[in-house]
Design a protein around this ligand. Structure first.
Ligand code: PLP
Length: 389
């Protein structure tokens, strides 16, 4: 988090990372091919959409944190995931996707990929047997998210990696919510880890970013085929902000987790609350798996109210004075946002029958997704207590 990838300790060298905002770099005629297809792994920096010294520090640091050979940064989490999907999947290929995951990923898979000839099957990824049953000979990629947004469903990475590899498919794991301090998907057998750097890794809610971490050859292919040509390069200035946030990731995650434990325990005992979802709670449906697989339960808590969840969103948003009613997660300051089940089940997840019923059994009419910040826990409890009453 603090030192991996840092450059030079010679006398007078800066201790802090200096953002290199140059879009191009001095070169000599013939030193580097003009086509990205000729890009060598050890090529000098040439143009920032290909590579950049600040992005290289961030990528080296992210690879070290996730225990991967290499990492590639993107302009956002969605840019990273879209690049990975479009790099790995062609017409005729099949994607198996967790049926509860980041809404943007679900919509990309349901609304965009099929029109390109890529078929998609969604499954409850907390059930490895369901993943296995969905595999086909043409399955190229299995993509899961654990814990998943917004109901914190947990998937067994090791079991799913084994199942995917048995048919020659690859596994990518979105570990945005867990962070590399809470989950190490590559060590559990995943081929790719993806993060929205926008969330805990940046941590301050002032830069968008995304990353894919994996084997050096896979990342080099992704750089040539999907970063350079799709063009979703991260701004070096954003990389600078993300690197700065990353320095305190461990310190922040300890407080996020401790506050989430206090708040989820308090919410569970609140008379107006019907359900609290946090992987660290003994009442979480996959708590045993979470405890086995995770080393930090992170700071995202979802809860529903016994009565009037949808109607309660507006007054709650109005009464809160410390917590902000806003989207996103993983920021120092607490954020809360209401997600109605009807909307997300229909427009984002396209769930029907048993899968829709399973979602509603956990989320009810909807959940308040609460990204517990690093404020004093007592202040957060007092704020919520006033707003709920
Ligand atoms: C936010 C988020 C994304 C998308 O990241 P952006 O940086 O907003 O594009 C993907 N996955 C998860 C789990 C997220 O929370």
């Amino acid at each position: 988090m603090l030192h991996a990838g840092e450059k030079g300790r010679g006398e007078g060298a800066p201790v802090s990372t200096v953002p290199v905002l140059s879009t191009s770099f001095h070169t000599t005629p013939g030193a580097i091919g003009f086509s990205a297809n000729d890009l060598q792994q050890d090529a000098p920096h040439f143009y920032t959409r290909w590579s950049n010294p600040t992005l290289e520090v961030l990528e080296t640091r992210l690879a070290a944190l996730d225990g991967g050979e290499a990492a590639l940064s993107f302009a956002s989490g969605m840019a990273a995931i879209a690049a990975l999907f479009l790099d790995r999947l062609s017409a005729g290929d099949h994607l198996v996707l967790a049926n509860v995951c980041y809404a943007g990923v679900a919509e990309l898979a349901h609304d965009i990929l099929p029109a390109k000839g890529i078929s998609v099957t969604t499954v409850d990824a907390s059930d490895p047997a369901a993943v296995e049953a969905a595999l086909r000979p043409e399955t190229k990629l299995v993509h899961i998210e654990t814990p998943s947004n917004p109901i914190l469903r947990v998937a067994d990475v090791e079991a799913i990696a084994r199942i995917a590899h048995a048919v020659g498919a690859e596994l990518s794991v979105d570990a945005t919510i867990a962070t590399p301090l809470g989950l190490r998907p590559l060590a559990l057998g995943a081929d790719y880890v993806v993060h929205s750097l926008t969330k805990y890794i940046c941590g301050h809610g002032d830069a968008l970013g995304g990353a894919v971490i994996g084997k050096a050859d896979d990342i080099a292919r992704l750089r040539r085929g999907a970063l350079i040509h799709f063009g979703g390069a991260l701004s070096p200035f954003s990389a600078f902000l993300i690197l700065r946030g990353l320095e305190t990731l461990d310190a922040r995650m300890r407080v996020h987790e401790a506050n989430a434990r206090r708040l989820s325990t308090w919410l569970e005992a609140h008379p107006k609350v019907s359900r609290v979802l946090w992987p660290g709670l003994a009442s979480h449906p996959q708590h045993a798996l979470a405890a086995r697989q995770m080393t930090n339960f992170s700071g995202l808590v979802s809860f529903s109210l016994k009565e009037g969840s949808p109607a309660a969103a507006a007054p709650l948003a109005e009464e809160l004075k410390v917590i902000s009613y806003a989207v996103s997660l993983g920021k120092t300051k607490s954020l809360i946002f209401y997600i109605p089940s009807d909307d997300i089940v229909r427009s984002s997840f396209h769930l029907e029958g048993r899968a829709a019923a399973d979602y509603r059994a956990v989320a009810g009419e909807g959940v308040f997704r609460f990204s517990v910040g690093i404020e004093a826990a007592d202040d957060l409890i007092a704020d919520l207590d006033t707003a709920l009453s």
